[in-house]
Design a protein around this ligand. Structure first.
Ligand SMILES: [Zn+2]
Length: 81
């Protein structure tokens, strides 16, 4: 039997599991924090989120790329008159 290891923390993952549990929990936590931040500050970019939450930009970008989060980035405020 092959042993699989977590790509992020390097710990062995039980073959019955599809992924690392502790990393999944951590990511879920971070995802919630980022989502909450974006809810309160809809116009922030990844850099601002990273600075405020302490979560690395690459992770934030991944959450957004995955489609879990929608980021409004410097959207011009155009209003029809
Ligand atoms: Zn892990």
């Amino acid at each position: 039997m092959k042993q699989q290891f977590c790509e992020q923390c390097g710990l062995p993952i039980p073959l019955t599991e599809s992924g690392c549990k502790s990393c999944a929990l951590e990511e879920l936590d971070e995802y919630r924090i980022v989502r909450e931040y974006l809810r309160l500050h809809p116009n922030s970019n990844a850099m601002q989120i990273a600075n405020t939450t302490g979560i690395s930009i690459s992770r934030i970008l991944r959450y957004i790329k995955n489609g879990s989060l929608t980021m409004v980035n410097d959207m011009p405020n155009r209003r029809n008159r």
